[in-house]
Ligand binder design. Structure first.
Ligand SMILES: C[S@@+](CC[C@H](N)C(=O)[O-])C[C@H]1O[C@@H](n2cnc3c(N)ncnc32)[C@H](O)[C@@H]1O
Length: 443
Protein backbone atom coordinates (compact mmCIF):
# COMPACT_ATOMS: atom_id res chain seq x y z
CA UNK A 1 0.00 0.00 0.00
CA UNK A 2 1.52 3.41 -0.94
CA UNK A 3 2.55 5.44 2.07
CA UNK A 4 0.85 8.85 2.52
CA UNK A 5 3.32 11.68 1.78
CA UNK A 6 5.04 12.92 4.92
CA UNK A 7 4.00 16.41 5.95
CA UNK A 8 6.68 18.88 4.95
CA UNK A 9 8.03 20.67 8.00
CA UNK A 10 8.11 23.89 5.98
CA UNK A 11 4.41 23.66 4.89
CA UNK A 12 2.44 26.40 6.72
CA UNK A 13 0.18 24.90 9.40
CA UNK A 14 -3.41 26.13 9.07
CA UNK A 15 -4.22 28.40 11.99
CA UNK A 16 -7.52 27.73 13.77
CA UNK A 17 -10.22 30.26 12.80
CA UNK A 18 -10.54 33.15 15.26
CA UNK A 19 -13.34 32.84 17.80
CA UNK A 20 -16.58 34.15 16.30
CA UNK A 21 -15.84 33.04 12.73
CA UNK A 22 -18.61 30.41 12.80
CA UNK A 23 -21.11 33.16 13.65
CA UNK A 24 -19.99 35.23 10.63
CA UNK A 25 -20.16 32.12 8.44
CA UNK A 26 -23.77 31.68 9.57
CA UNK A 27 -24.48 35.37 8.82
CA UNK A 28 -23.09 34.82 5.32
CA UNK A 29 -25.38 31.80 4.87
CA UNK A 30 -28.35 33.90 5.98
CA UNK A 31 -27.53 36.62 3.46
CA UNK A 32 -27.21 34.03 0.75
CA UNK A 33 -30.58 32.49 1.66
CA UNK A 34 -32.32 35.87 1.34
CA UNK A 35 -30.50 37.37 -1.63
CA UNK A 36 -29.98 34.29 -3.80
CA UNK A 37 -32.80 31.98 -2.81
CA UNK A 38 -35.44 34.56 -1.83
CA UNK A 39 -36.06 32.92 1.59
CA UNK A 40 -37.41 34.97 4.51
CA UNK A 41 -34.61 35.72 6.98
CA UNK A 42 -36.60 34.24 9.88
CA UNK A 43 -37.24 30.96 8.05
CA UNK A 44 -33.57 30.62 7.07
CA UNK A 45 -32.40 31.04 10.67
CA UNK A 46 -32.84 27.45 11.87
CA UNK A 47 -30.85 25.90 9.05
CA UNK A 48 -28.19 28.61 8.68
CA UNK A 49 -27.34 28.76 12.39
CA UNK A 50 -27.74 25.09 13.33
CA UNK A 51 -23.98 24.61 13.83
CA UNK A 52 -23.76 27.44 16.37
CA UNK A 53 -23.59 26.47 20.04
CA UNK A 54 -26.27 28.70 21.53
CA UNK A 55 -28.81 31.51 21.50
CA UNK A 56 -26.37 34.45 21.79
CA UNK A 57 -24.34 33.29 18.75
CA UNK A 58 -27.50 32.71 16.73
CA UNK A 59 -28.79 36.11 17.83
CA UNK A 60 -25.55 37.74 16.69
CA UNK A 61 -25.59 35.99 13.29
CA UNK A 62 -29.18 37.19 12.84
CA UNK A 63 -28.29 40.74 13.92
CA UNK A 64 -25.33 40.90 11.50
CA UNK A 65 -27.42 39.63 8.57
CA UNK A 66 -30.32 41.99 9.39
CA UNK A 67 -28.00 44.99 9.76
CA UNK A 68 -26.30 44.12 6.46
CA UNK A 69 -29.68 43.94 4.69
CA UNK A 70 -30.88 47.16 6.32
CA UNK A 71 -27.96 49.13 4.85
CA UNK A 72 -27.06 47.00 1.80
CA UNK A 73 -27.19 49.72 -0.92
CA UNK A 74 -25.07 52.06 1.25
CA UNK A 75 -22.55 49.32 2.06
CA UNK A 76 -22.28 48.52 -1.65
CA UNK A 77 -21.64 52.17 -2.51
CA UNK A 78 -18.73 52.18 -0.05
CA UNK A 79 -17.34 48.91 -1.42
CA UNK A 80 -17.59 50.19 -5.02
CA UNK A 81 -15.78 53.39 -4.06
CA UNK A 82 -12.72 51.33 -3.04
CA UNK A 83 -12.51 48.76 -5.85
CA UNK A 84 -11.03 49.45 -9.29
CA UNK A 85 -13.25 46.85 -10.93
CA UNK A 86 -16.80 46.48 -9.67
CA UNK A 87 -17.23 43.20 -7.77
CA UNK A 88 -20.19 41.18 -9.07
CA UNK A 89 -23.27 41.36 -6.80
CA UNK A 90 -22.96 37.69 -5.89
CA UNK A 91 -19.16 37.65 -5.37
CA UNK A 92 -18.12 36.10 -2.07
CA UNK A 93 -15.67 38.98 -1.56
CA UNK A 94 -18.57 41.47 -1.74
CA UNK A 95 -20.62 39.46 0.79
CA UNK A 96 -17.66 39.21 3.18
CA UNK A 97 -17.02 42.96 2.92
CA UNK A 98 -20.71 43.74 3.44
CA UNK A 99 -20.71 41.70 6.66
CA UNK A 100 -17.48 43.20 7.95
CA UNK A 101 -18.58 46.78 7.22
CA UNK A 102 -22.09 46.30 8.64
CA UNK A 103 -20.53 45.17 11.90
CA UNK A 104 -18.15 48.10 12.19
CA UNK A 105 -20.42 50.86 10.88
CA UNK A 106 -23.77 49.58 12.14
CA UNK A 107 -23.16 47.40 15.18
CA UNK A 108 -20.06 49.04 16.62
CA UNK A 109 -17.76 45.98 16.31
CA UNK A 110 -14.04 46.96 16.50
CA UNK A 111 -12.55 46.84 12.96
CA UNK A 112 -9.83 44.27 13.88
CA UNK A 113 -12.45 41.86 15.24
CA UNK A 114 -14.74 42.35 12.24
CA UNK A 115 -12.05 41.66 9.64
CA UNK A 116 -10.33 38.84 11.54
CA UNK A 117 -13.57 36.84 11.72
CA UNK A 118 -14.56 37.55 8.12
CA UNK A 119 -11.26 36.77 6.34
CA UNK A 120 -11.54 32.98 6.95
CA UNK A 121 -14.79 33.11 4.96
CA UNK A 122 -12.76 33.85 1.82
CA UNK A 123 -9.88 31.46 2.57
CA UNK A 124 -8.39 30.09 -0.63
CA UNK A 125 -9.98 33.03 -2.49
CA UNK A 126 -9.81 36.83 -2.64
CA UNK A 127 -8.50 37.25 0.93
CA UNK A 128 -6.01 39.94 -0.06
CA UNK A 129 -8.61 41.93 -1.94
CA UNK A 130 -11.08 41.83 0.98
CA UNK A 131 -8.34 42.83 3.43
CA UNK A 132 -7.18 45.66 1.14
CA UNK A 133 -10.64 47.14 0.46
CA UNK A 134 -11.59 46.94 4.14
CA UNK A 135 -8.29 48.58 5.17
CA UNK A 136 -8.71 51.40 2.64
CA UNK A 137 -12.23 52.19 3.86
CA UNK A 138 -11.18 52.09 7.51
CA UNK A 139 -8.26 54.47 6.84
CA UNK A 140 -10.67 56.84 5.09
CA UNK A 141 -12.83 56.80 8.26
CA UNK A 142 -16.02 56.10 6.29
CA UNK A 143 -19.45 56.22 7.95
CA UNK A 144 -22.95 55.32 6.78
CA UNK A 145 -25.08 58.21 5.47
CA UNK A 146 -27.72 59.49 7.91
CA UNK A 147 -30.49 58.76 5.43
CA UNK A 148 -30.30 55.22 4.08
CA UNK A 149 -30.89 54.21 0.46
CA UNK A 150 -33.55 51.65 -0.37
CA UNK A 151 -32.87 49.01 -3.02
CA UNK A 152 -33.91 50.39 -6.43
CA UNK A 153 -36.76 47.91 -6.99
CA UNK A 154 -38.57 48.75 -3.72
CA UNK A 155 -37.94 52.52 -4.14
CA UNK A 156 -39.31 52.51 -7.72
CA UNK A 157 -42.39 50.49 -6.76
CA UNK A 158 -43.25 52.67 -3.77
CA UNK A 159 -42.59 55.89 -5.69
CA UNK A 160 -45.05 54.68 -8.34
CA UNK A 161 -47.71 53.85 -5.71
CA UNK A 162 -47.22 56.56 -3.09
CA UNK A 163 -44.84 59.23 -4.45
CA UNK A 164 -41.37 60.36 -3.50
CA UNK A 165 -42.38 61.64 -0.07
CA UNK A 166 -43.16 58.10 1.08
CA UNK A 167 -39.88 56.76 -0.34
CA UNK A 168 -37.98 59.43 1.58
CA UNK A 169 -39.87 58.55 4.77
CA UNK A 170 -39.00 54.87 4.26
CA UNK A 171 -35.34 55.76 3.73
CA UNK A 172 -35.29 57.78 6.94
CA UNK A 173 -37.13 54.97 8.75
CA UNK A 174 -34.70 52.23 7.81
CA UNK A 175 -31.63 54.25 8.77
CA UNK A 176 -32.43 53.92 12.48
CA UNK A 177 -33.38 50.82 14.48
CA UNK A 178 -37.18 50.90 14.94
CA UNK A 179 -38.54 51.73 18.40
CA UNK A 180 -40.23 49.06 20.51
CA UNK A 181 -43.94 49.50 21.23
CA UNK A 182 -45.86 47.65 23.93
CA UNK A 183 -49.57 46.93 24.21
CA UNK A 184 -50.89 46.81 27.76
CA UNK A 185 -53.26 44.21 29.16
CA UNK A 186 -55.02 46.91 31.13
CA UNK A 187 -55.40 50.20 29.24
CA UNK A 188 -56.51 51.93 32.45
CA UNK A 189 -52.89 51.59 33.69
CA UNK A 190 -51.29 53.36 30.75
CA UNK A 191 -49.84 56.26 32.73
CA UNK A 192 -48.46 53.90 35.40
CA UNK A 193 -46.64 51.71 32.87
CA UNK A 194 -45.40 54.64 30.76
CA UNK A 195 -43.72 55.97 33.92
CA UNK A 196 -42.38 52.62 35.18
CA UNK A 197 -40.96 51.73 31.77
CA UNK A 198 -39.72 55.29 31.12
CA UNK A 199 -41.60 55.32 27.83
CA UNK A 200 -44.13 57.53 26.06
CA UNK A 201 -47.73 56.76 25.26
CA UNK A 202 -49.57 57.76 22.08
CA UNK A 203 -52.88 56.09 22.99
CA UNK A 204 -54.56 54.28 25.87
CA UNK A 205 -52.97 50.84 26.26
CA UNK A 206 -49.78 51.84 24.40
CA UNK A 207 -46.23 52.57 25.56
CA UNK A 208 -43.25 53.29 23.27
CA UNK A 209 -39.93 52.44 24.95
CA UNK A 210 -36.94 54.77 24.80
CA UNK A 211 -33.87 53.84 22.72
CA UNK A 212 -31.72 52.42 25.54
CA UNK A 213 -34.14 50.10 27.27
CA UNK A 214 -33.11 46.88 29.05
CA UNK A 215 -33.65 43.51 27.30
CA UNK A 216 -37.40 42.85 27.00
CA UNK A 217 -37.58 39.89 29.46
CA UNK A 218 -35.80 41.99 32.11
CA UNK A 219 -38.26 44.89 31.97
CA UNK A 220 -40.84 45.31 34.76
CA UNK A 221 -44.18 43.80 33.87
CA UNK A 222 -42.90 41.25 31.34
CA UNK A 223 -42.90 38.21 33.61
CA UNK A 224 -46.32 38.94 35.06
CA UNK A 225 -47.71 39.49 31.54
CA UNK A 226 -48.76 43.12 31.98
CA UNK A 227 -47.83 43.85 28.33
CA UNK A 228 -46.53 42.38 25.09
CA UNK A 229 -44.44 43.77 22.23
CA UNK A 230 -46.56 45.05 19.34
CA UNK A 231 -45.96 47.94 16.95
CA UNK A 232 -48.60 50.63 17.36
CA UNK A 233 -49.71 50.07 13.74
CA UNK A 234 -50.32 46.37 14.47
CA UNK A 235 -52.51 47.33 17.43
CA UNK A 236 -54.94 49.32 15.24
CA UNK A 237 -57.22 46.51 13.95
CA UNK A 238 -58.16 45.57 17.54
CA UNK A 239 -58.49 49.25 18.47
CA UNK A 240 -61.08 49.67 15.70
CA UNK A 241 -62.99 46.65 17.01
CA UNK A 242 -62.95 48.01 20.58
CA UNK A 243 -64.52 46.31 23.59
CA UNK A 244 -67.21 43.63 23.43
CA UNK A 245 -68.44 40.37 24.87
CA UNK A 246 -69.58 38.43 21.83
CA UNK A 247 -67.96 35.71 19.74
CA UNK A 248 -64.93 36.83 17.75
CA UNK A 249 -63.00 34.84 15.17
CA UNK A 250 -59.35 35.88 14.99
CA UNK A 251 -58.22 34.39 11.69
CA UNK A 252 -54.49 34.06 10.95
CA UNK A 253 -53.96 34.78 14.62
CA UNK A 254 -50.46 33.64 15.49
CA UNK A 255 -48.26 34.65 17.27
CA UNK A 256 -51.22 36.41 18.81
CA UNK A 257 -50.63 40.13 19.42
CA UNK A 258 -54.19 40.88 18.32
CA UNK A 259 -55.62 37.82 20.08
CA UNK A 260 -54.26 39.19 23.37
CA UNK A 261 -55.70 42.66 22.74
CA UNK A 262 -59.13 41.25 21.86
CA UNK A 263 -59.22 38.82 24.79
CA UNK A 264 -58.22 41.70 27.09
CA UNK A 265 -61.09 43.75 25.58
CA UNK A 266 -63.62 41.15 26.74
CA UNK A 267 -64.32 39.18 23.51
CA UNK A 268 -64.75 35.39 23.43
CA UNK A 269 -61.92 34.80 21.01
CA UNK A 270 -61.33 31.78 18.78
CA UNK A 271 -57.81 32.13 17.39
CA UNK A 272 -57.14 30.14 14.21
CA UNK A 273 -53.83 29.66 12.42
CA UNK A 274 -52.18 26.90 10.43
CA UNK A 275 -48.67 27.23 11.87
CA UNK A 276 -47.90 24.94 14.80
CA UNK A 277 -44.76 26.82 15.86
CA UNK A 278 -46.46 30.21 15.70
CA UNK A 279 -49.48 28.86 17.64
CA UNK A 280 -47.09 27.57 20.32
CA UNK A 281 -45.91 31.19 20.74
CA UNK A 282 -49.55 32.33 20.88
CA UNK A 283 -50.28 29.84 23.67
CA UNK A 284 -47.16 30.96 25.56
CA UNK A 285 -48.36 34.55 25.25
CA UNK A 286 -51.80 33.62 26.59
CA UNK A 287 -50.19 31.78 29.52
CA UNK A 288 -47.87 34.67 30.35
CA UNK A 289 -50.63 37.28 30.28
CA UNK A 290 -53.30 35.10 31.93
CA UNK A 291 -55.69 35.85 29.06
CA UNK A 292 -57.80 33.18 27.41
CA UNK A 293 -58.84 32.21 23.91
CA UNK A 294 -59.79 29.01 22.15
CA UNK A 295 -56.85 28.03 19.95
CA UNK A 296 -57.47 26.10 16.72
CA UNK A 297 -54.84 24.82 14.35
CA UNK A 298 -56.32 24.69 10.86
CA UNK A 299 -55.86 25.70 7.25
CA UNK A 300 -58.49 28.37 6.70
CA UNK A 301 -58.88 27.30 3.10
CA UNK A 302 -60.62 24.13 4.30
CA UNK A 303 -61.78 24.89 7.87
CA UNK A 304 -65.09 26.50 8.79
CA UNK A 305 -66.39 27.62 12.21
CA UNK A 306 -69.34 25.80 13.79
CA UNK A 307 -71.33 29.07 13.83
CA UNK A 308 -70.97 32.60 12.44
CA UNK A 309 -69.41 35.21 14.75
CA UNK A 310 -70.25 38.75 15.83
CA UNK A 311 -66.82 39.90 14.69
CA UNK A 312 -64.35 38.33 12.27
CA UNK A 313 -60.80 39.67 12.06
CA UNK A 314 -58.70 38.50 9.11
CA UNK A 315 -55.08 39.57 9.63
CA UNK A 316 -54.13 38.02 6.34
CA UNK A 317 -50.77 36.56 5.31
CA UNK A 318 -49.07 39.12 3.08
CA UNK A 319 -45.78 40.29 1.57
CA UNK A 320 -45.01 42.00 4.94
CA UNK A 321 -43.42 44.98 3.16
CA UNK A 322 -45.00 47.25 5.81
CA UNK A 323 -42.64 45.83 8.43
CA UNK A 324 -39.48 46.40 6.38
CA UNK A 325 -37.79 48.17 9.32
CA UNK A 326 -37.89 44.98 11.40
CA UNK A 327 -37.63 42.53 8.50
CA UNK A 328 -35.40 44.22 5.90
CA UNK A 329 -35.23 40.99 3.86
CA UNK A 330 -38.65 41.89 2.40
CA UNK A 331 -36.97 44.72 0.50
CA UNK A 332 -35.00 42.17 -1.53
CA UNK A 333 -37.16 39.12 -1.87
CA UNK A 334 -40.63 40.59 -2.40
CA UNK A 335 -41.14 40.93 -6.16
CA UNK A 336 -44.36 41.60 -8.11
CA UNK A 337 -44.96 37.84 -8.48
CA UNK A 338 -44.89 37.39 -4.67
CA UNK A 339 -47.30 40.31 -4.19
CA UNK A 340 -49.69 38.89 -6.82
CA UNK A 341 -49.57 35.45 -5.20
CA UNK A 342 -50.33 36.86 -1.73
CA UNK A 343 -53.14 39.04 -3.11
CA UNK A 344 -54.78 35.98 -4.65
CA UNK A 345 -54.58 34.09 -1.33
CA UNK A 346 -55.99 37.12 0.52
CA UNK A 347 -58.95 37.19 -1.91
CA UNK A 348 -59.74 33.55 -1.15
CA UNK A 349 -59.41 33.95 2.62
CA UNK A 350 -61.47 37.16 2.63
CA UNK A 351 -64.30 35.50 0.69
CA UNK A 352 -64.45 32.69 3.26
CA UNK A 353 -64.11 35.02 6.28
CA UNK A 354 -67.00 37.17 5.03
CA UNK A 355 -69.33 34.17 5.09
CA UNK A 356 -68.61 33.67 8.81
CA UNK A 357 -69.85 37.12 9.88
CA UNK A 358 -73.31 37.19 11.48
CA UNK A 359 -75.85 39.52 9.93
CA UNK A 360 -75.39 42.76 11.86
CA UNK A 361 -71.76 41.79 12.57
CA UNK A 362 -68.36 43.23 11.69
CA UNK A 363 -65.50 42.12 9.44
CA UNK A 364 -62.03 43.64 9.78
CA UNK A 365 -59.42 43.00 7.09
CA UNK A 366 -55.77 43.87 7.74
CA UNK A 367 -52.37 43.35 6.10
CA UNK A 368 -48.92 44.59 7.14
CA UNK A 369 -48.15 45.51 3.54
CA UNK A 370 -47.36 48.71 1.69
CA UNK A 371 -48.68 47.28 -1.58
CA UNK A 372 -52.10 48.53 -2.82
CA UNK A 373 -52.73 45.09 -4.37
CA UNK A 374 -52.90 43.69 -0.82
CA UNK A 375 -54.86 46.62 0.60
CA UNK A 376 -56.83 49.23 -1.33
CA UNK A 377 -57.26 47.10 -4.48
CA UNK A 378 -58.13 43.97 -2.48
CA UNK A 379 -60.83 45.93 -0.63
CA UNK A 380 -62.25 47.37 -3.88
CA UNK A 381 -62.49 43.89 -5.41
CA UNK A 382 -64.20 42.59 -2.25
CA UNK A 383 -66.76 45.41 -2.18
CA UNK A 384 -67.51 44.80 -5.88
CA UNK A 385 -68.28 41.15 -5.19
CA UNK A 386 -70.01 41.52 -1.80
CA UNK A 387 -72.65 44.22 -1.90
CA UNK A 388 -73.92 42.93 1.47
CA UNK A 389 -70.92 44.61 3.20
CA UNK A 390 -70.36 48.34 3.76
CA UNK A 391 -67.15 50.13 4.73
CA UNK A 392 -67.24 51.81 8.16
CA UNK A 393 -64.81 54.71 8.66
CA UNK A 394 -62.83 54.54 11.95
CA UNK A 395 -64.01 56.94 14.65
CA UNK A 396 -61.19 59.50 15.08
CA UNK A 397 -61.15 59.05 18.87
CA UNK A 398 -60.00 55.40 18.62
CA UNK A 399 -56.88 56.39 16.67
CA UNK A 400 -53.59 57.43 18.30
CA UNK A 401 -52.75 61.13 18.09
CA UNK A 402 -51.04 61.76 14.74
CA UNK A 403 -52.78 58.86 12.94
CA UNK A 404 -55.66 59.73 10.61
CA UNK A 405 -57.90 57.53 8.47
CA UNK A 406 -58.00 57.86 4.71
CA UNK A 407 -60.97 60.11 3.73
CA UNK A 408 -62.31 57.16 1.71
CA UNK A 409 -62.95 55.22 4.92
CA UNK A 410 -60.01 52.88 5.46
CA UNK A 411 -56.80 53.15 7.43
CA UNK A 412 -53.45 53.25 5.65
CA UNK A 413 -50.41 53.65 7.88
CA UNK A 414 -46.79 53.91 6.86
CA UNK A 415 -43.35 55.25 7.69
CA UNK A 416 -44.36 58.89 7.13
CA UNK A 417 -46.76 58.75 10.13
CA UNK A 418 -45.51 59.76 13.62
CA UNK A 419 -42.38 60.97 11.76
CA UNK A 420 -41.09 63.01 14.70
CA UNK A 421 -41.71 60.23 17.27
CA UNK A 422 -40.03 57.15 15.78
CA UNK A 423 -42.53 56.43 12.93
CA UNK A 424 -44.73 53.36 12.56
CA UNK A 425 -45.11 50.20 10.49
CA UNK A 426 -47.14 50.08 7.28
CA UNK A 427 -50.60 48.52 7.56
CA UNK A 428 -53.83 48.53 5.60
CA UNK A 429 -56.98 48.11 7.71
CA UNK A 430 -60.61 48.14 6.61
CA UNK A 431 -63.61 47.73 8.90
CA UNK A 432 -66.79 46.49 7.24
CA UNK A 433 -70.28 45.95 8.56
CA UNK A 434 -72.70 43.33 7.36
CA UNK A 435 -76.01 45.10 7.88
CA UNK A 436 -79.15 43.11 8.64
CA UNK A 437 -81.37 42.72 5.60
CA UNK A 438 -85.12 43.22 6.05
CA UNK A 439 -86.51 40.21 7.89
CA UNK A 440 -83.05 39.04 9.09
CA UNK A 441 -82.28 38.82 12.79
CA UNK A 442 -78.89 39.19 14.48
CA UNK A 443 -79.22 35.84 16.31
C1 LIG B 1 -49.76 38.45 9.52
S1 LIG B 1 -49.48 36.93 10.29
C2 LIG B 1 -50.61 37.03 11.63
C3 LIG B 1 -50.20 37.90 12.79
C4 LIG B 1 -51.14 37.79 13.98
N1 LIG B 1 -52.50 38.11 13.63
C5 LIG B 1 -50.73 38.63 15.16
O1 LIG B 1 -51.33 39.67 15.43
O2 LIG B 1 -49.80 38.24 15.88
C6 LIG B 1 -50.31 35.84 9.20
C7 LIG B 1 -50.58 34.44 9.72
O3 LIG B 1 -51.36 33.75 8.75
C8 LIG B 1 -51.14 32.37 8.92
N2 LIG B 1 -51.66 31.70 7.71
C9 LIG B 1 -51.25 31.82 6.44
N3 LIG B 1 -52.00 31.08 5.61
C10 LIG B 1 -52.93 30.46 6.39
C11 LIG B 1 -54.00 29.55 6.12
N4 LIG B 1 -54.26 29.12 4.89
N5 LIG B 1 -54.72 29.11 7.16
C12 LIG B 1 -54.46 29.50 8.43
N6 LIG B 1 -53.47 30.37 8.74
C13 LIG B 1 -52.72 30.84 7.73
C14 LIG B 1 -49.64 32.29 9.12
O4 LIG B 1 -49.28 31.10 9.78
C15 LIG B 1 -49.37 33.55 9.97
O5 LIG B 1 -49.30 33.21 11.32
Amino acid sequence: MPKPPAASPSAPRRQPDPLGTATRRAALRLLDAVLRRGEPLESALGHATRALPGGPDRGLAHAIAAETLRRLPDLDTLIDSATRQRLPDDAKARSALRIALAQVLGLGTPPHAAIATVLPLVDGGPRKLVHGVFGTLMRQGVTLPEVARLPDSAAARWEMHWGMEMVEAAEAAIAAPPPVDLSLRDAAETAVWAERLEGTSFAPGHVRLGQDHAPIPDLPGFREGAWWVQDIAASLPARLIGRGEGALLDLCAAPGGKTLQLAAAGWRVTAVDQSESRLARLSENLDRTGLSAEVVRADLLDWAPPAPADVVLLDAPCSATGIFRRHPDVLYRVRPAVIAEMAELQGKLLARAADWVKPGGTLVYATCSLEPAEGERRLAAFLDSRTDFALVAPAPDVLPVGVAADPRGWLRTGPAMLADRGRMDGFFIAQLSRPLSPGESAR
